[in-house]
Design a protein around this ligand. Structure first.
Ligand SMILES: Cc1cc2nc3c(=O)[nH]c(=O)nc-3n(C[C@H](O)[C@H](O)[C@H](O)COP(=O)(O)OP(=O)(O)OC[C@H]3O[C@@H](n4cnc5c(N)ncnc54)[C@H](O)[C@@H]3O)c2cc1C
Length: 500
C-alpha cells in the first residue's frame, strides 16, 4: 500500500461491540457509505467485549442492586433501573431485526435465557430488597419478579447457595425468569462477519497511532500496519473512536476542545471459574449480591451461570483491582501517559478524592487465593479451592471529569459519548452498563454526529427498533408486544421452558 491518504466516509477505530453496533446501524441506514475499521489485535471482540473478559449479563436492572438506590426517606429510587431496562430493550430489538433478516444467525450462540436473582443477608438488606421488590414488581418492565425469605423456597431457587448454609439473621432473594446471559464476544464476531459481507474493510493488526484534522476539514488517521511494519494514512469525513479503554488517549490526540479536562481511572478485574462440572450443574441463575461498604459499584459480587462456546460454565466475581493499564493488552505506562497539562488538575483532584477507592482496589489485587475463596463461600458455603481457577477479566477505564455536582476530578461510573461540536468525530468513554446498552449508546452517537440525517433515517430506525423515541414504561402494551416478539425471535421463550 502507498502511504498517500486514502479517503473514506467513515472510520471506526477498534473492533469491539461498540464499533460492531455502530457499523451495523450505519450499513442499514446509509448502505452506500464506505466504512473502514482498524483494530490493533488479530481478531474482533478480543478486549472487554470478549466473553471471558466481561460478565455477560444482559443488564436490564432485574437483579443489579446498585441500579436502585435507597433515598433519604427510605423509599427506593427506580429511575435508573427503568432507564437501563428500556435501553436493553433497544438492544433486543436491533438484534432481533438482524436475526429476522438473516443478517446474523443462530441467536442461541450469543444470547440465552437465565433467571436473574438478587440475594441478601441481614435485616437491613432484607428490608431494602423487600422495598425494592415492592417498588419494581408492579412496574410493567419488571413483571414476573418474585420475592422470598422462605429458606425452603430459596433452596429450590438456588440449591448451591443454600447447601451447607447456616444463618442466624434473615436472608432473602428476588427472582425473575426473563433475564439473559449474553456472549458479547460471539455477538461482536458475528456482527463483524456481517459487516465484512457488506464490504466494510476490516483491518486487523492495525494500530491507530494518531488522529489529526486536515486543512479541508476531514480527519486523518495514522495507522501502523503491525504485520508489514508500514505506516499508512487514511482520511474520513467521520471517525468513531471505539477503542474501549484505548479511546481516551486517541481522543486526546484529536485536540478537540471537548477532549480536554477528562481523565481515566482504570479498574482491573478477575473472575473465578469453576472447573468441576458437578458443581456447575447445580446452579442455574445469575445471582447478584450487594457491594461491600467502600467497594465500587463494578465490584458487586455475583455468581453466574454462563454459556460460553455452547457450554454451561460458572463464574464468580469480578474482583476489582488496580492496574495502570487502559486495555488488558495495554501498557503499564497508559495511566501516566494520559496525564496532560489540560487534565493534570482534574486527575490530581480525583487522586485525592478517590484515595480510599484506590487503597481498596490495591488491597483487592493483593488478596490471597484463600481470601478470594472466603468471599466465594459467602455465596457457596461448601466451595472447595480445587474446583476453582482464576481468569483475568478486561480493564474498565472509568471517566474522571469536572462536574457541577461533584466538583473537580469527579469519578463517573457510566458511559459518555464525547463528540466534536460539528459531529465529525466521536469517542465512547466509560464501561457501564456497558455492552448491553451498545445500541442505545450508538444511537446517541448518530443523534449527536448526524443530526442532518436523522429525519431521513428515522423511519428505518423505527423499522429496526420500534420503541425508538418511546417510553416503554409509559406504553406497557408496546413493551409487552416487543418483549414477547424479541423473546421469540431470539429463541428466549422456547429455551426458557427447556432449561428451567
Ligand atoms: C470485568 C468486566 C465485566 C463486565 N461485565 C459486563 C456485563 O456483565 N454486561 C455488560 O453489558 N457489560 C459488561 N462489561 C462492559 C463491557 O464489556 C464493555 O462496555 C464493552 O465490551 C466495551 O466495548 P467496546 O467496543 O467499547 O470496547 P472493547 O471491546 O474493549 O473494544 C475496543 C477495541 O479497540 C481496540 N483498540 C484500542 N486502541 C486501539 C488503537 N489505538 N488502534 C486500533 N485498535 C485499538 C482494542 O484492541 C479493542 O479490540 C464488563 C466489563 C468488564 C471489564
Amino acid at each position: 500500500m502507498s502511504n498517500l491518504p486514502k479517503k473514506t466516509d467513515a472510520i471506526l477505530i477498534g473492533a469491539g461491540i461498540m464499533s460492531a453496533t455502530l457499523g451495523s446501524l450505519l450499513k442499514e441506514l446509509a448502505s452506500e457509505w464506505e466504512i473502514k475499521v482498524f483494530e490493533k489485535l488479530e481478531n474482533a471482540g478480543e478486549e472487554s467485549s470478549n466473553e471471558w473478559n466481561n460478565a455477560g449479563t444482559g443488564h436490564s436492572a432485574l437483579c443489579e442492586l446498585n441500579y436502585t438506590s435507597e433515598k433519604s426517606d427510605g423509599s427506593i429510587d427506580i429511575k435508573k433501573a427503568i432507564k437501563i431496562n428500556e435501553q436493553f430493550q433497544l438492544s433486543r430489538q436491533f438484534w432481533s431485526y438482524l436475526v429476522d433478516r438473516n443478517l446474523i444467525r443462530n441467536p442461541q450462540d450469543f444470547i440465552m435465557p437465565i433467571p436473574h436473582m438478587s440475594f441478601v443477608q441481614g435485616e437491613e438488606n432484607v428490608s431494602f430488597l423487600k422495598k425494592r421488590f415492592d417498588a419494581l414488581s408492579n412496574n410493567p418492565l419488571f413483571q414476573g419478579m418474585q420475592f422470598s425469605d422462605d429458606p425452603e423456597k430459596l433452596k429450590e431457587w438456588m440449591p448451591l447457595i443454600m447447601e451447607g448454609r447456616t444463618w442466624n439473621e434473615p436472608i432473602a432473594a428476588t427472582r425473575i425468569d426473563s433475564g439473559t446471559d449474553v456472549n458479547f464476544g460471539a455477538l461482536t464476531r458475528m456482527l463483524f462477519d456481517h459487516l465484512k459481507s457488506k464490504n466494510v474493510e476490516i483491518n486487523y493488526n492495525h494500530n491507530v497511532k494518531d488522529i489529526k484534522r486536515t486543512s479541508d476539514g476531514l480527519w486523518e488517521v495514522k495507522v501502523h500496519d503491525i504485520n508489514s511494519g508500514k505506516i499508512e494514512y487514511h482520511t474520513a469525513k467521520f471517525v468513531f473512536i471505539g477503542g474501549g479503554g484505548g479511546s481516551l488517549p486517541l481522543l486526546q490526540k484529536t485536540g478537540i476542545p471537548e477532549s480536554k479536562h477528562i481523565g481515566g481511572f482504570p479498574v482491573s478485574g478477575l473472575f473465578m471459574v469453576c472447573n468441576n462440572p458437578d458443581v456447575v450443574a447445580q446452579h442455574h441463575a445469575k445471582v447478584y449480591g450487594k457491594a461491600k461498604v467502600g467497594a465500587p459499584p463494578m465490584s458487586v459480587p455475583h455468581l453466574d451461570t454462563r454459556y460460553i462456546n455452547n457450554k454451561k460454565t460458572l463464574l464468580f466475581g469480578p474482583f476489582a483491582g488496580f492496574s495502570p493499564k487502559f486495555l488488558k493488552t495495554g501498557s503499564n505506562l497508559d495511566l501516566i501517559g494520559s496525564v496532560k497539562p489540560n487534565n493534570v488538575l482534574t486527575m490530581l483532584a480525583a487522586g485525592i478524592k478517590e484515595m480510599a477507592l484506590t487503597k481498596y482496589l490495591i488491597q483487592q489485587v493483593l488478596l490471597s487465593n484463600e481470601k478470594r475463596m472466603e468471599e466465594l463461600r459467602e455465596f457457596i458455603p461448601n466451595a472447595k479451592s480445587k474446583d476453582w481457577d482464576l481468569v483475568v477479566a478486561g480493564q474498565r477505564v472509568q471517566v474522571i471529569k469536572d462536574t457541577d455536582a461533584g466538583g473537580k476530578g469527579t469519578l463517573q461510573f457510566g458511559t459518555e459519548v464525547v463528540s466534536a461540536a460539528d459531529g465529525s468525530i466521536a469517542a465512547l468513554l466509560g464501561a457501564s452498563p456497558g455492552a448491553s446498552t451498545a445500541v442505545h449508546v450508538m444511537l446517541e452517537v448518530l443523534e449527536k454526529c448526524f443530526p442532518q440525517h436523522m429525519q431521513e433515517w428515522k423511519p428505518k430506525i423505527k423499522e429496526m427498533i420500534p420503541s425508538y423515541g418511546l417510553s416503554l414504561v409509559e406504553n406497557p402494551d408496546i413493551f409487552q408486544e416487543i418483549h414477547t416478539s424479541t423473546a421469540q425471535t431470539l429463541g428466549l421463550i422456547k429455551k426458557e421452558l427447556v432449561y428451567s
